[in-house]
Write a protein that binds this ligand. Structure first.
Ligand code: ATP
Ligand code: MG
Length: 237
């Protein structure tokens, strides 16, 4: 059966943290409607990345629930969950292999679709002119990525993870933006790509470090010390 049909998320009393230490998330509760675009902000250490990892069950919650489209995610297989939710991590680790393999490891999609994702994320260099955008890293889908992607810049690695998200079109996409080390042009490129047609219908949680990046989002979730301190429209905050 098809699940999830919508990207509706309900987080109830979520407590989570790292092994052998005190919890980082102290009972978070909030709900996100299908297709809503949520900006997540908070000081360094507030628990933003921990929340993202807990939603993916990379960290298991010690109590509370995550309900995605009516189903408690603790009760479904990890593989299914990770198909339903795509994360663009703060520091992505890529596969050693071709660009094609990184975007579409199971060979589900056409080259045209993969090229589209590369173009939208400005990762594709134009072979005829030899020029690309400031961030272009690849000339073909057969380019090989080695060293888990560490030959690329952090911004480029995030763009590859974003291109993968465009290809997958998951119902829920979580973007954990890299910190200020990523330049404004890359940041803008990511925002433009994530607002494109592919993910127009997906629920988006974007962890951002610059307020101006998310000022036109539907709502802003403000975290502090593992708690929700505000959750409202940018206008009301
Ligand atoms: P930033 O804006 O810097 O990315 P953040 O809001 O994403 O910060 P988290 O990475 O979620 O913050 O960290 C929240 C807390 O969890 C911090 O106190 C941090 O030290 C702790 N923490 C993060 N990762 C680990 C880990 N792998 N093991 C133990 N503690 C961790
Ligand atoms: Mg973080």
């Amino acid at each position: 059966t098809e699940w999830p049909v919508t990207g509706k998320l309900e987080i109830c009393g979520l407590v989570a943290g790292y092994i052998n230490s005190v919890p980082v998330l102290h009972g978070l509760s909030f709900a996100v409607a299908h297709g809503e675009k949520i900006g997540v902000v908070g000081r360094t250490g507030a628990g933003k990345s921990t929340l993202a990892q807990t939603l993916m069950r990379l960290i298991e919650a010690s109590s509370g629930k995550i309900i995605l489209d009516g189903v408690n995610v603790a009760e479904i297989g990890l593989e299914r969950l990770r198909q339903a939710i795509t994360i663009i991590p703060q520091d992505p680790v890529l596969f050693n292999g071709t660009v094609r393999f990184n975007l579409d490891p199971f060979g589900d999609h056409s080259d045209e679709l993969l090229f589209d994702a590369l173009r939208r994320t400005l990762l594709l260099q134009d072979q005829s002119t030899g020029r690309g955008s400031g961030v272009a890293a690849f000339t073909s889908l057969d380019d090989v990525i080695m060293g888990s992607g560490h030959g690329l810049s952090l911004g480029q690695r995030q763009l590859v993870a974003l291109a993968r998200a465009l290809v997958r079109r998951s119902r829920v996409v979580i973007m954990d933006e890299a910190t200020a080390s990523v330049d404004f042009a890359t940041d803008e490129c990511m925002q433009r790509a994530i607002r494109g047609a592919e993910l127009a219908n997906s629920t988006l949680l974007c962890i951002a470090h610059r307020l101006r990046t998310i000022i036109d989002y539907d709502r802003i979730l403000v975290l502090d010390k593992g708690k929700v301190v505000e959750f409202d429209t940018p206008k009301n905050l």
